[in-house]
Design a protein around this ligand. Sequence first.
Ligand SMILES: C=CC1=C(C)c2cc3[nH]c(cc4nc(cc5[nH]c(cc1n2)c(C)c5CCC(=O)O)C(CCC(=O)O)=C4C)c(C)c3C=C
Ligand SMILES: [Fe+2]
Ligand SMILES: [Fe+2]
Length: 342
Amino acid sequence: MTMERTHMPEGHPEINQGRIGVLLVNLGTPDGADVPSVRRYLREFLGDPRVIEVPRAIWFVILNLFILTLRPPKTARAYRKVWVIETDEGPLRYHTRRLTEALAGRFEGGRVAVDHAMRYGNPSIPDVLTRLKAGGCDRILVAPLYPQYSATTTATVVDKVGEALRGMRWQPTIRVVPPYYDDPAHIEALAKSIEADFAAHGRPDALVASFHGLPKDYFEKGDPYHCHCAKTARLLRERLGMGSEDFRLTFQSRFGPREWLQPYTDETLAALPAEGARSVAAVMPGFPADCVETLEEIAIEGRKTFEDAGGTAFRTIPCLNDSDVHVDMMETIVRRELGGWL
Ligand SMILES: C=CC1=C(C)c2cc3[nH]c(cc4nc(cc5[nH]c(cc1n2)c(C)c5CCC(=O)O)C(CCC(=O)O)=C4C)c(C)c3C=C
Ligand SMILES: [Fe+2]
Ligand SMILES: [Fe+2]
């Protein structure tokens, strides 16, 4: 299959086909660290019924009267602490873009176009899908950047892709990368990043593997996210040769008053010094790219929690971002999922 730009009789629409698109999709981030940008982003994110399972009419009132009034100033302050000044963007978009550029470098020759989109905010999934199709990609592999599946993340990417396709006369053929929480290439990439940290700074008394949380009742209704996180954590712990005392699986980023998956990261960080762990490293294996949740909530606030409880040495291990091990891993997964197309 080669890229074809077929020239047709006069009046025939131009046909541009024969290329393959790879679309990395991450959660999204506000366009600016100002309150209106954050409010716009939170409105789209928290208005998604996959994310907040409260009857629409009730949620509309709560969201507009309370959440979008009270939360944006606090969230904007958090973004300002971690904003990437050189490129004027949130860290999630910065790292996702750089990962995309590095992965694109692994597919030379013009046949495969690698691009990225955000589920909420920009660049949007419909815009990037339209651009890829216009560039001749009639087959597109969508890679949700969530190693662990959740209805609140992975499924909503697929919903949005479907919504974009509904408006297209000539749809591209779509494949979706399966969750890669237990993929040996993923575990190896994480292990190598942790081993590099241990080699540079020594083994901490405890390694906290902190995943983004989820309301507990989503898990009870059948969302496999918790099981996927637990399996990533177990495989990683075994690969590192650690025990359940010095390797702790925790969940961060609670939102709202209900119970979320436990144990909570902040409570664990507050308890570890009394258990004898004076030095702690935190790794966030559910986040392929550093973002406000890793850089502000853990690296800044988590450190304070740990030090206030008497801990003396706290560090965070960067997310895989655009590191070579991550690009190698993504290339392995993408090439495998492109089987039969390439
Ligand atoms: C990694 C997987 C993620 C799951 C699962 C997830 C579920 C989830 N999140 C919220 C609420 C918020 N999350 C926020 C930020 C945020 N969440 C993820 C990932 C997952 N969320 C990422 C990567 C980010 C960072 C985005 C960035 O720009 O850096 C926020 C915004 C920040 C804040 O106001 O605290 C909210 C809100 C819910 C309710 C939920 C499941 C129901
Ligand atoms: Fe979240
Ligand atoms: Fe948070």
